[in-house]
Design a protein. Sequence first.
Length: 74
Amino acid sequence: MLPDGQYDAFVVWAERDDEGRLSLDLTITAGEFKGEVVSITAPAPSSGAQADPIRLTGLPCMLVVEDGQPRVEE
């Protein structure tokens, strides 16, 4: 896993599993870790709203790692 910080990235692949969790493969696009691929899984949303994984593929994002825990921001 990457050290705590913020990383410019884009979504290489996204898919949803049978339980509604969203898995993302992200490529870091700048800095020391440029070119690294990071895979993360988000819990199923409680609101019932679910992003279409195909529409997420290719989008830029910010990968934020805090206390070793990654999250994705638009």
